[in-house]
Structures are given as C-alpha cells and as structure tokens.
Design a protein around this ligand. Structure first.
Ligand code: C2E
Ligand code: MG
Ligand code: MG
Length: 756
C-alpha cells in the first residue's frame, strides 16, 4: 500500500563556493515570516486555493557545500542515511572544482530524481547546451542571479513538493508492479494446475465458448478420438464433433444430439456412443458460467468399453438360462409384454406355447443328471431352429420351455407352428450312447381370447399343457374356459381328497362274484366310494385317476387293503362262510417298494389268512413295470390270489401271461356288453376263455347284465361271473345278509336283481 502519510522531504543542499550566497539561501528559506501576500497567488495556482489566509514556509533542512565534490559526497551520505535531499541549488561556477553542470551530472548519477536549480549570473552555457550535457530537463531549473527571494522560496516549496510527489508516484508504481507480478504468478500457478488436471484426467476434455470455438482441450481427445491436426487447427467444435461422429456406429443420432445442444445452450446431457471399432464412450456435456452467464460448454468423453461389456454380459446372464443359453423367465415376461403392446396397437394375435417334456424325470433318474442336461440342450437347439427369427423360445426351468409366436393372422397359423414343433421330437435324441425317444406335452394360450395379462396367458397355457399330459402326452391342446373350469374343479377335488381319509369319507362296497356251476358266491370285489360332504357319492373313476396322479392313491390304497381285510375277517368272525375279497391295486401302488410290507402287516394285524385276499391288477399295470413282476411273484408266494383285471383292453401279449404268476383273468365288461351285438367281441371272449383254460387259469366275466350274456358265457365255459344281473356292489351289512344264507345266495341275488 502507498504510505500517504510520508512526511514531506524538506532536505535542501546549497552548493556554492560563495559562503555569502550560502547564508543568503539559509536566510531566505529559514525566515519564517508571513509570506501570504507574496506566495498566495503561486500557492493557489500550484496546490489549489486554501481557506487559511496565511502561509507559513515549511521548516526546510538546509545544508551547504562549497564545492561540487563536497556536495556530491553529502548527497551520497544522506542517501545512505535514508535522508535524501530533494532539492539542490547549484552554482554554475565553483572554481577550482567541478562546475555546476559536472556537479549536477554526478548528483543525478546518485539521485536521479533530485530537483536541481542552477544558479547563474550569466550564461556560460545555453539552456540547450546544458540539457544536452545532462541528458534531461524534467528536474532542472535555472535561477538567475541576483536571486529574487520569492522565486527561491517558490522554487523550494514547489520543487521539494514535486520530489515528494515523484517519490510517492514511484512507490505507488512499484506497489502496483508488485501486485501485478504477484497476481501474474498466482494466475500462472492456477493455470498450470488446470492444465495438469486436464492432462492427468483419463477423459477426453474439450472446452468451447458460446461461438462454438474450441478454447481448450487435452491431449486425450486427440489420441483417443484420432483427431488430425487440421481439424483441431480450425478451432471449430462443430467440425470436430462431426469428425468424431463419423467414427461412431450411428453418426446421425450423435449429430442430432449435438444440434439439440447448440440450440439449447443451458442443457446438460449424458449419453453413450458406440464406435465402429467396438469401443463404447460415455459423454457428458454441460455449460459453464462466468458470473451467472453461460459462456461456453465443456465436453468430456470417457472410454467405458470394459464396463459396458461387463454390464452387457451381466444383463445377458440375468436374462438367460446358463444351461441352454436360451432367454429365461425374466426375458420371457418382457417379451410377452412387448407382444401385448404391439398386438394391442395392430390388433394382431399372438400365441404362447407351453412345453413340458414327457417322462423327462425318467431320463434324469435312470441315466444321469448330465444326460438330462444334454437332452435339455439338444431339445433347446432343435426347438430353436424350428421357430422363426421373430419368435422367442425361453426355458422356464426344469424341462419346461415356452415359445412366444407373434405376427399371426389367425389361430390356424399357430396350429401349424405347434405341429412343426411337435415334429421336432420325431427323431430320437442321441445322448451319450443312448437313442432317446422323447415327446412333449404342449399347451397353447392365445392373446386376446385366453387372457389379457402376462400371468394369465402363461397360466392358461400351463393349464392346457396339463390337459395334454393327462391325455397321455405327445400332443398339444389349446386353452379354453372349459379347461380352466375343469382345472379349478380338479384343484378343489385334490384339496378335498387330501382330507377325505382323515374325515373317514371313504367306504367300501362289495360286489359278489359267483361260480358258474354252483351259482355260489365265492368272492367279492371291494369297490371304493367317496362320500363327499357336499357332493354326495363320488364314483372311483372320477377320483382314482386324480389320486394316482397326485400320489394320494398310496395312502388311500393302504386304507382300502386294511379295510377290506378287516371287513372280511369280521365276517369270518361272525361265523359266516369264508370268501375271498378282491382289492384293486393301482399302478403306482404296485411300484411302491413297501407294498408287500403293507399287505403283510395288514394280514398280521387283522389275522386274515392270505388265501382270502385277492389282488386285482390291470394288464397295463403289469407290463409297464418290470419290477412289478417280482412283487407279483412274492404276493403269489405269500398265498395271495392274483387276478388280471379288464383283460383284453390293454396291450399285453399273450406270451406275457405265461411269465406272470396269476390265478385268474377278468374279461373286460366292454366285450361282455357286446355279446349278441358284435360278433368280433364274442370271438375274442371265446379266445380268451380258451387261452385261460390252456394256461389253467380261472376266467371271470365282469359286467354281466343279461340272461343272454350269461347263457353265452356259460356255453363258452366261463367259470365265474360278476355283474348287475346278479348283484350291484353291496354295503358290508347287505353282504353280511347274503352270507348268512349261503344256500339261498343265488336265489336272493337273482331275486334282488328282479326287484330292481
Ligand atoms: P373294475 O375293477 O373293472 O371294477 C368293475 C366296475 O364295473 C365297478 O365300477 C363296478 O361297479 C362296475 N360293474 C359291475 N357290474 C357291472 C354291470 O353289470 N354293469 C356295469 N355297467 N358296470 C358294472 P366302479 O365301482 O365304478 O369302479 C370302476 C373302476 O374303478 C374299477 O374297475 C377299478 O378300476 C376302479 N376302482 C374301483 N374301486 C377301486 C379301489 O378300491 N381301488 C382302486 N385302485 N381302484 C378302484
Ligand atoms: Mg376290478
Ligand atoms: Mg374291471
């Protein structure tokens, strides 16, 4: 800062070889008289008008020297002491030493600002010569002798003041120069930090002004965006961004975005660009401000290729199944969502095909899980190559696949696709060294008629798939409302069935079986009924298949065996003639490893002898399961009778009969019904009876309803009969009644029949 309170320098040197003159000067300048009148006009001009009426001479500090050299020495000393002279009166002639001009020259070498008044009586040198000699005139004045007192005072006042002002000005200038240097240094420092920051950044940075002129950038942008020098030299950001855009996959998009920013300088934007060389950059563009005014824009680009690829990979993993590489449920949901939107716009339909592989579990269990995985992969490949590019195949998990078939004119198109996909399973799959014949059950739902929402469509396709499964697999079914109702009923029934045993809702009826020659009741077939709390009696054909598919048949079957044996034992304990009770065994029960144990326990607990128990198996049950042969043999060895039920309807070859340890066969009622109706069926009955006789097996005809049927069967030497002609299934007490009067059995039964 300038020190404005510097005291005025009133240090004056008089250099004159004449001591009288020196005294004169002292006298003139030290006389502290009122000098207002003399000085006022001068002061007014020089320093402005003052309010004071008087002017007091300042207290000058006056030194003298008689020679130039002495004067110069004093000046030098005073300077060293920090008390420089501001003014010197110098005589022009000072023999024998330096003259005035020489002295002044020396003075200025020491104190260039010192004010000098040359005192001369006559002119040794002209003014010009003097100036020429001294090289300057700013600090020089001439005072002619004899001196005018006022002039001396005026000069002293004015020139000491001038010296002071000059010093102040110099100090101020120095101060300003120092400030400037300081600021410049600090600016240079900040600038170098900024540059360092720009260059050390991994990003490409570009700074522009409002006229789209590039005002700064870092080297990264040149290297990473391959910017040639001639583009940079143009300083035109438009040209530079256009150059970058040509390297991207979608140049038009990027340029559109640049235009938008040019039109809207206040916008901040972030986005991604894909380069043709597969690099992916993220860009960020924001305006920058100076005192709240937008003055330009900063662009930064950074290479995010690795991150973006990782994100893509993760995205793929999240939305795809790792085994088959097919899209998963997440992707499927999104795909159906898009199809819904499109179909709503263009009123088209689309279909969802729900696949479930038939007997896949068997592959997994009997071969290996690796084989199962291979099969799933092979199925995925085959199905994928059977659908069009615009359709989508997904794996939901396990052996479930879903195909979304779009852009369909009508449902017929969908049927064609379903047929094509079914045919993909025609050729066996080669897995490890096995050639596997695999089929699929397919359910189809169609938008919009089968649902308007994703879950609804998927759920309904799933329902329809179950229908295909129930009907034996290797087929497809469309969803419809009826199917949905059936499914709901099926679920309800399943829930009820689970509670039925505990609620004691099952009962057994017993249908008599008679010997042909004696007309005596020899055995009964236990037939289950479900006394449903709200639906009344339900026949087995309505719930046994469901019990089988849900596995509930095991528990129900155990109860039947126990109940039938216990009941038979109760009759015997009542002293009634002993008879066999025949129990139907479902295929799942026969496969149960502990069936034998269950039966043994029941026989032990009830005390019924094994010869009074008979097991009815359908021929399909027997041949579908190799292990069941061993079970049958064991049962037979235990003394239990084995009967092949519904004979003639299955696929068992006659050869099979030789290998199974059975006691009798039951001719299915569908043949009996056709006696006198269908000659072919009569021939079959005849053949079955002949074959059974050959194998020494008993033959029973079931479903005998008429006398004609009975007569025909008797004529063909059928051994035993069961049917409404004799009796419907009876309750335990009804049967007890029949057993109490064995001698009247045939009559009673016939009587009962005639009453119906
Ligand atoms: P199934 O073993 O062939 O039983 C014979 C079926 O024919 C019985 O029907 C019986 O009531 C019926 N029937 C008997 N005589 C005549 C007749 O003269 N005319 C006609 N039209 N039908 C006659 P139900 O009781 O409805 O049983 C149907 C099937 O349900 C049985 O066929 C059997 O496969 C199964 N089933 C019945 N009870 C059981 C059981 O306790 N356990 C198992 N696993 N299945 C059972
Ligand atoms: Mg039966
Ligand atoms: Mg039968």
């Amino acid at each position: 800062m300038i020190n404005h309170s510097n005291p005025p320098n009133l240090h004056i040197l008089v250099i004159d070889d004449n001591p009288e003159i020196q005294k004169d000067f002292i006298k003139i300048l030290r006389t502290n008289t009122l000098v207002h009148d003399e000085l006022s006009s001068f002061e007014d001009k020089l320093f402005g008008a003052k309010e004071t009426a008087t002017f007091k001479l300042p207290r000058f500090q006056i030194d003298t020297a008689s020679q130039g050299l002495e004067g110069v020495e004093k000046i030098s000393k005073a300077k060293q002491e920090g008390n420089s002279y501001s003014l010197a009166f110098v005589d022009i002639r000072m023999p024998p030493g330096w003259d005035g001009v020489e002295t002044i020259k020396r003075i200025w070498e020491i104190e260039p600002d010192m004010q000098i008044v040359i005192c001369t009586a006559y002119s040794d040198y002209t003014w010009e010569e003097t100036i020429d000699h001294l090289g300057q005139k700013e600090n020089l004045l001439i005072l002619k002798k004899p001196f005018d007192h006022i002039a001396v005072r005026q000069l002293s006042c004015a020139l000491t003041k001038k010296w002071q002002l000059l010093q102040d000005a110099r100090e101020h200038t120095k101060f300003l120069e120092d400030r400037i240097e300081e600021r410049t240094k600090s600016l240079k420092h900040s600038l170098s930090i900024t540059r360092g920051t720009l260059e050390s950044s991994a990003e490409c940075i570009l700074v522009t002004d409002n006229n789209n002129t590039i005002i700064d950038h870092n080297n990264n942008i040149i290297q990473m965006c391959n910017i040639p020098l001639h583009i940079l030299e143009k300083k035109d950001v438009g040209a530079l961004l256009e150059y970058i855009s040509h390297q991207t996959e979608n140049s038009a998009d990027f340029l559109k975005f640049v235009d938008e920013l040019t039109l809207n300088p206040e916008l901040t934007k972030i986005g991604k660009i894909k380069f043709k060389d597969a690099r992916i950059f993220e860009y960020y563009s924001q305006p920058y401000k100076l005192e709240d005014q937008i003055v330009g824009r900063i662009w930064s680009f950074r290479d995010i290729t690795k991150r973006a690829m990782l994100e893509e990979k993760l995205q793929h993993q999240v939305s795809h199944d790792s085994l088959t590489g097919l899209p998963n449920r997440l992707f499927l949901t999104e795909r159906i969502h898009q199809s819904l939107l499109r179909s709503k716009v263009d009123n088209s339909i689309f279909g969802i095909l729900f696949f479930d592989l038939d007997r896949f579990k068997l592959v997994n269990d009997s071969l290996s899980h690796e084989a199962g995985d291979q099969l799933l992969k092979a199925v995925a490949e085959r199905l994928n190559s059977s659908i069009r590019g615009e359709d989508t195949l997904c794996r939901l998990g396990g052996d479930e696949f879903v195909a979304v078939i779009t852009s369909l004119q009508d449902v017929d198109g969908l049927t064609a696709v379903a047929n094509k996909l079914m045919s993909a399973f025609q050729q066996p799959f080669q897995i490890e060294e096995h050639s596997l014949n695999i089929s699929a059950s397919i359910g189809i739902s169609v938008f919009p008629q089968d649902g308007k929402e994703i879950d609804e469509l998927l759920c309904n396709a799933d329902f329809a798939m179950y229908r295909s499964k129930e009907l034996g697999g290797n087929q497809f079914h469309y969803y419809n409302d009826k199917l949905s109702q059936q499914t709901v009923l099926r679920f309800e029934m399943e829930a009820d069935l689970r509670k039925a045993i505990d609620n004691k809702e099952f009962i057994l009826l017993y249908q008599p079986q008679l010997d042909a020659t004696t007309q005596q009741l020899v055995s009964v077939e236990a037939l289950i009924r479900w006394k449903h709390p709200t639906k009344g009696f339900i026949l087995p054909l309505e719930f046994i298949p469901l019990a089988e598919s849900t596995g509930l048949i095991i528990a129900i079957g155990d109860w039947i065996i126990k109940e039938a044996c216990a009941q038979n034992k109760r009759w015997q304990e009542l002293g009634l003639p002993p008879i066999r009770v025949a129990v139907n065994i479902a295929s799942l029960q026969l496969k149960q490893p502990n069936l034998i144990k269950v039966i043994k326990n029941v026989l032990q607990e009830t005390g019924l002898k094994p010869e009074y128990l008979e097991i009815e198996l359908t021929e399909n049950v027997v041949i579908n399961c190799a292990e069941s042969l061993a079970t049958i043999t064991t049962l037979k060895e235990m003394g239990i009778q084995i009967t092949l039920d519904d004979f003639g309807t299955g696929f068992s070859s006659l050869n099979y009969l030789r290998e199974i340890a059975i006691d009798r066969i039951k001719i299915d009622q569908s043949f009996v019904k056709n006696i006198n109706v269908k000659r072919g069926d009569e021939v079959i009955i005849q053949a079955i009876i002949a074959m059974a006789q050959n194998l020494h097996l008993d033959v029973l005809a079931e479903g005998v309803e008429t006398q004609d049927q009975l007569r025909f069967l008797k004529s063909k030497e059928c051994d035993q009969f069961q049917g409404y002609y004799f009796s419907k299934p009876l309750t335990d007490s009804e049967l007890e009644n029949v057993l109490r009067h064995p001698e009247k059995v045939a009559d009673d039964l016939l009587h009962q029949k005639s009453n119906e």
